[in-house]
Design a protein. Structure first.
Length: 151
């Protein structure tokens, strides 16, 4: 029941304005936009996520594990893009995602949150609203990392 309520609130209340703000390049700090390819439709699907950039790796701790649509999309096609802030502008970074069931998502959140207050707030929200925490690692492509693509 908790997962269903949180999912509905995110899908219809919280995520749409964040998705629009990210698309317009005016998102709240601490967010990024994850683009996966729909496992059934084959169309791009965009989901706001906490900004988990750490060097050339982007980390996501999912709230609902393999029940999250974007996680199932990643399992079907690991090629993703992440739109995040670089300086004053937003850029798309391409990468390859992997679900890491052996990783400790709470420890991952602790590591990512050190020295980043917005990440710490996001981590609390994920733990509070989440039903099945799961770590996703995205290895960002070393070439064309700063290429901006419209979308």
């Amino acid at each position: 029941m908790k997962r269903r309520l949180v999912h509905l609130a995110q899908k219809y209340v919280f995520n749409p304005p964040i998705r629009l703000a990210l698309a317009a390049g005016a998102a709240p700090p601490g967010y990024a936009l994850l683009e996966t390819i729909g496992r059934k439709s084959g169309r791009p699907r965009r989901t706001p996520v906490g900004n988990g950039l750490d060097g050339d790796v982007f980390w996501i701790v999912t709230e609902h594990g393999r029940k999250a649509g974007y996680v199932r999309n990643i399992e079907a096609n690991p090629r993703v893009r992440v739109k995040l802030r670089r300086g004053l502008r937003y850029v798309w970074l391409e990468g390859t995602a992997r679900v890491l069931p052996e990783d400790d998502p709470r420890e991952r959140q602790r590591r990512l949150s050190r020295g980043h207050p917005l990440r710490a707030i996001n981590a609390v929200a994920v733990r509070t609203l989440g039903t099945e925490l799961l770590t996703v690692r995205i290895d960002l492509a070393p070439t064309r990392r700063d290429a901006t693509a419209d979308g």
